[in-house]
Design a protein around this ligand. Sequence first.
Ligand SMILES: Cc1ncc(COP(=O)(O)O)c(C=O)c1O
Length: 403
Amino acid sequence: MNTVQPQPPQQSQHLMSVTARPADVFVRGEGAWLWDQAGRRYLDWLQGWAVNALGHCPAVITQALQSQSTQLLTPSPALYNLPSLVLAERLCALSGFDQVFFGSTGAEANEGAIKLARKWGRTGGRAAFEIITFDNAFHGRNLATMAASGKAGWDALFPPNMPGFAKATLNDLDSVHRVLSDRTVAIMLEPVQGEAGVRPATQAFLQALRQLCDERGLLLIFDEVQTGCGRLGELFGFQYYGVKPDILTLGKGLGGGVPMSAVLAQQHCSVFEHGDQGGTYAGNPLMCAVSLAVLQELSQPDFLSQVRERGQQLQEGLLEPAQRYGLGEVRGAGLLWALELGCDNAAQVVQSCREQGLLVNAARPHCLRFMPRLNSTEQEIQAGLSILAGVMTPQRSRVTRGN
Ligand SMILES: Cc1ncc(COP(=O)(O)O)c(C=O)c1O
C-alpha cells in the first residue's frame, strides 16, 4: 500500500509576519554548516544570532539534552534541582559574581536587571529608579527593554512607553552627566553595541562610568547577552575590558542554542525578596544541563585563545577588501565583527553571499556583521572570507559604475 507523505509547507500564511525572511527553509545544522530543504549547504556566520557558541548541534549539547531529558525536565521553579544548583555555583565561580537568577531570553534577563536596580534604588529610604541607557542600544523586545533600548523609531511603536530611562550617547561622558539626577539608580549598557553594528565602548569610557557609579552610589549594569560567554575572546566582555559591573546579564551563548539567560549580581545589590522575581522555566534542569556543558567547553585551556586567533584571522581578512575597495571601518573583537560598506548595499551583499553559500547579517543598511561559531576552524574562516571577497568584487564595481 502506498502511503502519501504530506509535503511540509514551504512558507506559512499562519506564522505572523514579523520579519522579512528568505524563501529557503532550513532543516539541518551541523557545526559551522546549515542545510536547507533543497539540500543546499551554507557556511553559517549568523549561528542563531551569536547563539550557537559551539556551532549547530554539538555533541556535548545533544548528549546533555539526552541525558538530562531522561532524568528530569521541569520539577517546578519552586523546587530546587541539581543542574541549576551546580550551574549557579559554576557561573559565580567563573565570573566572580555572588548570585544568579536564571531566565530563558536576553530580554527576560535584562528586565530582571532593571527590576533588581529599581528595587535596590528604594533601599535605605531612597527613591531612585531611573536608569541611564544609550542611543542605539538593544536590550530586547519586551516593553521594559524596548524602553531601555535606543533604537531609532522604537519609541513610537507601542505607546505609552515605560518611563524610567534616560538616554545618553555611547563614549560621551558629558552626555551621561547631562541626564544624571537624584532619580538615577543605574547606568546600563552593552560593552559592545551588537545590533547597532558592533560599536564598542572604549575602555576609558567604561572605566569612567565605573568611577562615576562608585562616586555617586549608582549601579553599573552590563548587558552581555551578545558579548558574554566567549564572544569577545574572553569568557565575559567585562574581563576583556577589565571593568567589573555590579550586575551582569547573559543569554544567547550561555545556552549555545537553547533558551537560557541569567542575571548575575554582586552581593551588595542582590536584593530580590520572595515574590519579586520568578518564572515557570526559571532554572529548569534541561536548559541548565546544557549551559553546564557549554561552559565546560568554553573553559577548556585553549578555547579562548583559539577564539582570539580566529578573530584576528577574520579581522585581517576583512581589512583586505576594506582597504582594496576603500570601504569603511572594520570593528570588533573575538568573533564578533562588523565591516562598514560605505554605502547602503548591505542587504544586496547579504543576498549575494547567501546565493554563494554564506550566511551573514546586515546589522545596518551600510554594515555587515559576522558571528561565526566560537570553535571555528582556520579553514572555515578562510572559506567565508573567500566567498565574501568573491561577492564584494562585482558589488563594488556596480557601486563605482553607479547602478
Ligand atoms: C545585547 C542584547 N541584549 C538583549 C538581547 C535580547 O535577547 P533575546 O532576543 O534573547 O530576548 C539581544 C538580542 O539580540 C542583545 O543582542
